[in-house]
Design a protein around this ligand. Sequence first.
Ligand SMILES: Nc1nc2c(ncn2[C@@H]2O[C@H](COP(=O)(O)OP(=O)(O)OP(=O)(O)O)[C@@H](O)[C@H]2O)c(=O)[nH]1
Ligand SMILES: [Mg+2]
Length: 85
Amino acid sequence: MASCKTKILLFGRTGSGKSTIANMMIKGNLDSPLLFETSSGVRGKTISFQKKENDKYMVVDTVGFGETPQVTSSTLNNVEIHLQK
Ligand SMILES: Nc1nc2c(ncn2[C@@H]2O[C@H](COP(=O)(O)OP(=O)(O)OP(=O)(O)O)[C@@H](O)[C@H]2O)c(=O)[nH]1
Ligand SMILES: [Mg+2]
């Protein structure tokens, strides 16, 4: 049977809470071990796309914008590709 999961693509500035939301969507809590690693400093934490799913959601967490122009540009390209899927 075809899956009817809600697909969620998270993108935005570094440190804005994307991975935190991703953990809540998939795991339902922020207890360790976390599925999506989160940061406690100013440096960007997520360094590549990460996709996880549960019975309700398929969540794609992305690299934060604002680190370097190169990273922002490649992330935007990846976001565009994922939006077309
Ligand atoms: N006060 C507060 N802190 C939050 C909230 N959401 C996330 N944080 C904290 O903000 C920090 C960054 O959160 P992340 O989820 O790692 O942010 P991110 O957008 O994934 O960051 P990058 O992976 O670097 O792009 C962590 O210390 C979180 O605990 C929120 O709603 N309120
Ligand atoms: Mg992150």
